[in-house]
Write a protein that binds this ligand. Sequence first.
Ligand code: ASC
Length: 163
Amino acid sequence: MTHSKARRAAGAALVTLFIGTWGTAQIAQAQSPTPADKAIEYRQAVFKVVAGNFGPLAQSAQGKIELPAGAARKYAERLAAISEFTRDAFPEISREGGVKTKAKPEIWSDRAEFGKLLDDFNNATRALANVTVNGSAKPEDFKAAVGNVGNACKGCHDKFREK
Ligand code: ASC
């Protein structure tokens, strides 16, 4: 191999190494969640727990399922507890990231209105927990309290969540 051929081969090897390293870094970046991604995933996990506890209550209120004794109270108390987590689930950093989110930017630009709707949600879940507390709530009171929670969910979704 001539001197210049050897230099060219070494140069090509360096370019290959560089592209390989860069490519690997790109893949690693695409795969490892950023702090923003983690914050969005955390929020989505909180709302999964919201839905997981409200679901059986809504189905029961609609007569679709019959809950065992004590279950309505259990779900309602969990719902009231997890609803508090939603207040902290929208930090500035979670506004956008690599994770798909339906949260609208207005959440962060209209904090006052968004906070009011979160309060409505917290209050409605607390009221529902109070209705279920002794297990002998009148069906119409239970249904009304579940309906108020559903309306609070919807009120916020209509304004602050993408379709
Ligand atoms: C749910 C759920 C929602 C709300 C909403 C109420 O169970 O997952 O997003 O209730 O449908 O209007």
